[in-house]
Ligand binder design. Structure first.
Ligand code: AMP
Length: 292
């Protein structure tokens, strides 16, 4: 495994390998790796000749009052996990390498920002779209892998890659969970024990929602309200930021269950904001992988 901090060093190395027609699977992350990241790496490993992992906590996607400064970081542990999972190249740039001068060009997302995280984290997805564009230009992968845990992010990147003609395929993979159902997240370390115990309700309600969709999906507004009330009543510490049922990947309002849907939620705890979702196809099955 080789570790690169400079864009040109990585590009030179990859260009040499691309001459031999090797395919590249790319996994962009912000580090503090857990099994969710590792499932993306393992799938990329199975499906490509070379695996590139990037680790970069992107300041552009954090709002002024968000947790950029205290986002958990552990480079040494990340590198050892990457090596164990047979990553070929790790790209771990500094902020100066990624943003050497004042930012004068960003990728703007013009639709779908009025729902879910887009509504509550203004500017977040522009930061994501900008850094992902930069990383895709740097790595030029055959396929980039993302988690469906960040389902709106995957929808945004799908739009970016298809509408702006990036020559990259995309794969979205299912959310990896703790044994009790809590979605793995780098931010889970910020939960107190009581918050952690309570947080398993989030995935329980999503599963309940999936079960109810078929029977009660003729009136999604009513089902959404019912599930939201159930969630609210089961939380003593967390505050619901949003709870929505929308079409996926378009993220538009729908009145009945006649298309693929996402049930998505965000709950705020004292030091961590948790998001989770489930994507359910028209047949009522949970969607575990999306290829674009
Ligand atoms: P992050 O480091 O949080 O930016 O995440 C990097 C990638 O890992 C993103 O594509 C995430 O959607 C994905 N990811 C994060 N948590 C999980 C999880 N629990 N299961 C699957 N993928 C995940």
């Amino acid at each position: 495994m080789k570790v690169f901090t400079q864009i040109n060093d990585l590009k030179n190395e990859l260009n040499e390998r691309k001459v031999s027609n090797l395919s590249i699977g790319f996994v962009p992350t912000m580090g503090f790796l857990h099994e969710g990241h590792l499932s993306l790496i393992d799938t990329a490993r199975d499906e490509h000749d070379l695996v590139v992992l990037s680790i970069f906590v992107n300041p552009l996607q954090f709002g002024p009052n968000e947790d950029f400064e205290r986002y958990p970081r552990d480079e040494e542990r990340d590198l050892s996990l990457a090596e164990k999972h047979h990553v070929d190249y790790v790209f771990i740039p500094t902020i100066d390498v990624m943003y050497p001068e004042e930012s004068k060009a960003v990728v703007q997302i013009t639709k779908g920002m009025d729902v879910l995280c887009g509504k509550f984290r203004p500017g977040h997805f522009e930061g994501v779209a900008t850094v992902v564009s930069k990383l895709l230009h740097i790595v030029e992968p055959t396929t980039a892998y993302f988690g469906l845990k960040d389902a709106q992010q995957f929808a945004v990147i799908r739009t970016l890659v298809t509408q702006l003609n990036f020559p990259t395929s995309l794969v979205g993979l299912t959310t990896i969970r703790e044994a009790d159902g809590l979605a793995k997240s780098s931010r889970n370390v910020y939960l107190s024990q009581t918050e952690r115990d309570e947080a398993l309700k989030l995935s329980e309600i999503l599963q309940k929602g999936k079960a109810l969709l078929k029977d009660e999906g003729q009136d999604l507004a009513q089902l959404e309200e019912k599930l939201k009330t159930m969630l609210r009543e089961s939380l003593k510490h967390g505050q619901i930021e949003y709870f929505s049922i929308l079409s996926y990947p378009n993220l538009s309002s729908i009145t009945s269950f006649n298309t693929q849907v996402i049930i998505a939620l965000a709950v705020k705890y004292e030091k961590a904001r948790l998001i989770d979702n489930i994507i359910v196809n028209q047949e009522g099955q949970q969607v575990e992988r999306i290829d674009i």
